[in-house]
Design a protein around this ligand. Sequence first.
Ligand SMILES: Cc1cc2nc3c(=O)[nH]c(=O)nc-3n(C[C@H](O)[C@H](O)[C@H](O)COP(=O)(O)O)c2cc1C
Length: 296
Amino acid sequence: MRALFAVFSGTGNTRRVSDGLADELRALGHDAEIYPIRNEAPMPALDAFDVLILAYPVHAFNAPAAALAFMKKLPAAEGMPAYLLRTSGEPSKLNDASGITPKRILAKKGYDVLGELSYVMPYNIIFRHSDGMAARMWRDAELRFPEDAAAIAAGVGEKRRVNALRRMVAFMCRIEHTAMPVLGKTFRASKKKCVGCGACAGLCPRGNIKMVDGRPKFGTHCVGCMACSFGCPEDAIRISVLNLWRVNGKYSFEGEPATDEENCRYCRKMYLKYFHAIEDRAEHSARVPDEEEEKK
Ligand SMILES: Cc1cc2nc3c(=O)[nH]c(=O)nc-3n(C[C@H](O)[C@H](O)[C@H](O)COP(=O)(O)O)c2cc1C
């Protein structure tokens, strides 16, 4: 099987998860390719693949406008199996609403959406998770990869149902799609801090930042992915009215995962439920072969 991962990622979380899942598929003997959804990239040749995996971060309980625009440009492909893969800062069921529009667009084009895969990764806006939380999220993502890769390989999956209230909340939050191009135009680089390195321009997946006289100038195609402010090595980007929510600097995923006691207080129960769901399954499947061994 040949899988194409079409990935929109602002600050690297969705790309990281897509890379991990693609590696897992390769370990099972399949081909997997990553296509980053960036403005300048030409459309991939879909007929070279057997399954399409559309990966995006959740933005205000929706798929980002850039991911939807990519889906709208996809060619019709009657019966082609597809999956949605999303990352989000918290394991809220509201985030499932972000699959509604992608499923509708893909179904119209004939794709057969077989499942939705969700991974919790650290927030890139609003607040910064501890590195311990990031490490636990990543460890648990790695525990999830074998199940998800096996499901993709077998052509099975689960689609999320979203109740009317959550649909309505997500619908109202879609204002983000019209607000961000306007707001993004007012992002600025701090005169004191900006060294004119151009990292923001290089990171922006929308090609929305041009360097003019050694300083970034923001255009009207922002989708609020935070690649610029998160990735600025000098923490120089000011994100307008969202500035108090700015998060800057890469997470370290490789340290010691947070224990239950160290779990972040915000939505504590939801995170613990998410972590334990896969940790308990992984522990159980590690124990069962040992017990069978003992019986022999
Ligand atoms: C504008 C914006 C809105 C977001 N909205 C949500 C949200 O509604 N729910 C959530 O759980 N996470 C939300 N997040 C967090 C991201 O989904 C999360 O950090 C994701 O892993 C980032 O992926 P990326 O690094 O591939 O861009 C939001 C992030 C941004 C930048």
